[in-house]
Ligand binder design. Structure first.
Ligand code: SF4
Length: 711
């Protein structure tokens, strides 16, 4: 297609958050790109946020000179692709043969395209023979996966973005949608404008999302289960349980009993606030409860998800227009990773690793020699196993665990001490890439071709519009080549991502026949041209069904044929505050940065929003510590330390501090936030508690200050 000025324009998707906005990409003639929102994409209808709008500033030779990798590196020295890939294959083969398959591990990313993810999962689970593959989605939304599976029997997002357009009440729980999913937030604001939808924010911190809220419930950090259990009990008291729907569920009595043991004062909210919330929620049929990392990143994350789902199930408010629970993912393809089984406890196409029939079906389909019978190591355990010397060969793909994992200092040391580490990335300038034995230059966004799935099950194409920088290769291609070099030539003989997509779609048809939700078998015969032209569409896509919502009636995936309400009880975060570590330490994202800044920091415009690492602290706490605005503070936890600039604000409550998590050893070596966070995990989901560490805060007495100014 052409843009208004006759230049060739390509439809693709933004590589940042899970909203999955469509973009129109037009080469600028100088190796860069002009980027606009795609008016035809159902996620954004032409809108983009600050990050998406600045994508053009992050590509091209001028921006990337000296930043992108130009050649593979082996032991820090330039090497040929042949040598580098053979080294990776040899090292994994040696580790597998000498120590067994479980001595191998992949740690991958929601930045991968579904086709990349599929090949990675197939290689390690089906052929190397271990389930030791986990993804940084473990840090993002594993609790939602676990909560969905407990309630629905599958990891299914029931609703769609259109529900936001039709809702009368939108509740944001643990979600600063205004900054983290801005285009979706625009949709929430449009619903308010058009139909008077009301907005409630449930968050221990006042965020930008609160500016538009009719009610902000500033609850005690981590007490969401107590809030939603209170709501569940009040639903019954108000006679708002939907008897017809409840007949299709299990567990209402147990869930209600647990809810009635609840003590809502744990939320720290007043009875007036609790009354107001319950009255709005119960009194509004069309209610969408949006939840995100404030729910997931918790040692009770799965319980929080089920506490929310219980309320929607009890009232039958699910699977119909304008209502339902809606989890929003952090990454562009966290959902695709879940679909291909990129987590250590899943198989492809929402099949279960623990189910012998499912394992046999995938093994037969792949013609695989191996298929692990037990779940592999989840992220925190994986890096502990690396540190203990149990993992001998580790491949890290498009993610930066030396910064982003909890206990980041220990993780950095573990990676540095591992026998063999391969890293695939676009640059060598990350904390993790600097630790690689083999560093493989991977193609970046706008250079690679495949599909992603956004938070409402919409599959969209990402398309290559720029040549691969200095011969960088697509991840599926790198992974398949290593598979071939390890001896599995035929099964990894892919020439194009369309072949991988078709294979995944065909396997999903088998999953569909086995009663799974994820079925895109209607796309299993796509030609390469049809794949190239594929328009955004929502799964499932099968002979009997396309898109739509789940769970309004009859489409349940537990063996009982019912959905489940799960009894949950509030419990506090794992780390306890006390005299040594008196502050609760919350972490999160900024509007204009993404993850560890490897792309967003290339844009001067984005970096000017909030330019340096900081710590938000309440005025009363600042006074008692003798802090003035912009003082440097030393922040210490049992796991690590940081030096940050103080911002004195009542956005946070007394006793609570907040820091954004983007800075790294490359950008601010004393502000690696996840070095302060403990590796405590949710017992169900394995997701770490990234938002509830404990710290001590002191004024940092610098001997002298300097300012560096550069052009
Ligand atoms: Fe990209 Fe998310 Fe912004 Fe959309 S909302 S432009 S997907 S970062």
């Amino acid at each position: 297609m052409m843009d208004g000025s006759g230049l060739p324009t390509t439809r693709s998707t933004c590589p940042y958050c899970g909203v999955g906005c469509g973009v129109l990409l037009t080469p600028d003639g100088n190796g860069g790109l002009l980027v606009k929102g795609d008016p035809g994409h159902p996620a954004n209808f032409g809108k983009l946020c600050s990050k998406g709008s600045a994508l053009g500033e992050t590509v091209g030779e001028e921006v990337n000179r000296g930043y992108r990798l130009r050649t593979p590196l082996v032991d820090g020295k330039p090497a040929s692709w042949d040598d580098a890939l053979q080294t990776v294959a040899d090292k994994f083969r040696a580790a597998q043969q000498e120590y067994g398959p479980d001595a191998c591990a992949f740690y991958v990313s929601g930045q991968l395209l579904t086709e990349d993810y599929y090949v990675a999962n197939k290689l390690i689970k089906g052929f190397i023979g271990t389930a030791n593959i986990d993804t940084n989605s473990r840090l993002c939304m594993a609790s939602t996966v676990a909560g969905h599976k407990r309630a629905f029997g599958t990891d299914t997002v029931p609703g769609t973005y259109e529900d936001l357009d039709e809702a009368d009440l939108i509740v944001l729980v643990g979600s600063n949608l205004a900054w983290c999913h801005p285009v979706l937030f625009q949709r929430v604001l449009a619903a308010r404008e058009k139909r008077g939808a009301r907005i409630i924010v449930v968050d221990p911190r006042r965020t930008a999302s609160c500016d538009a809220a009719d009610l902000h419930l500033k609850l005690v950090l981590g007490s969401d289960v107590a809030l939603f259990n209170d709501l569940l009990a009040r639903i019954e008291d108000a006679g708002a349980v939907d008897a017809d729907y409840i007949a299709q569920t299990d567990g209402i009595a147990e869930a209600m009993a647990a809810a009635r043991e609840n003590n809502p004062t744990e939320t720290g909210l007043t009875s007036e606030e609790l009354d107001a919330f319950a009255a709005e929620w119960i009194g509004t049929e069309k209610v969408v409860t949006v939840f995100s990392q404030g729910v997931n990143q918790s040692t009770s994350g799965a319980d929080k998800v089920n506490a929310i789902l219980n309320c929607h199930l009890a009232t039958g408010r699910i699977g119909r227009p304008g209502l339902g629970p809606l989890s929003v993912t952090g990454q562009p393809n966290a959902m695709g990773g879940r679909e291909v089984g990129g987590l250590a406890n899943m198989l492809a196409c929402h099949l279960d690793l623990e189910n012998a029939d499912h394992r046999a079906a995938v093994k037969t389909f792949w013609d695989a020699p191996e298929m692990p019978e037990a779940a592999g190591l989840k992220a925190v355990d994986m890096f502990r196993a690396v540190g203990a010397g149990k993992i001998k060969a580790l491949w890290i793909i498009h993610t930066n665990p030396a910064v982003s994992m909890p206990e980041a200092d220990a993780v950095r040391e573990a990676i540095a001490g591992c026998d063999f580490v391969a890293v695939s990335d676009v640059t060598g300038r990350t904390d993790t890439a600097r630790l690689a034995d083999v560093l493989l230059p991977a193609a970046a966004w706008a250079e690679k071709d495949g599909t992603v799935t956004n938070s409402d099950r919409t599959i969209s194409r990402q398309r290559a519009v720029l040549p691969s920088f200095a011969g960088a290769r697509a991840d599926w291609d790198i992974l398949a080549e290593v598979g071939r070099r390890m001896g599995w030539k035929d099964v990894f003989n892919y020439q194009h991502p369309a072949e991988i997509f078709r294979e995944h779609a065909a396997l999903s048809g088998i999953a569909g026949q086995m009663g799974r939700d994820f079925d895109i078998s209607g796309l299993a015969e796509l030609s390469r041209d049809e794949y190239g032209a594929l328009k955004p569409l929502r799964w499932p896509v099968s002979a009997t069904r396309q898109g739509g919502r789940f769970f309004s009636e009859g489409d349940f995936f537990h063996a009982t044929g019912k959905v489940k309400l799960v009894p949950v009880r509030w419990r506090p975060p794992a780390a306890k505050t006390g005299p040594r570590y008196p502050f609760r330490f919350n972490t999160g994202c900024l509007r204009d940065q993404w993850h560890t800044m490897t792309r967003t920091a290339l844009s001067a415009r984005l970096s000017s929003h909030l330019a340096e690492p900081f710590l938000d602290i309440h005025p009363d706490d600042a006074r008692s510590l003798g802090l003035a605005p912009a003082d440097l503070v030393s922040v210490k936890s049992p796991q690590g330390s940081a030096i940050l600039r103080s911002r004195i604000t009542d956005d946070v409550t007394t006793g609570q501090v907040f820091a954004p998590m983007h800075w790294t050893g490359e950008t601010a070596p004393s502000a690696r936030i996840d070095a302060l966070v403990a590796g405590s995990v949710d017992p169900v989901s394995g997701q770490p508690e990234s938002k509830a560490a404990v710290v001590d805060v002191r004024k940092f007495e610098a001997a002298w200050y300097g300012f560096a100014v550069s052009l």
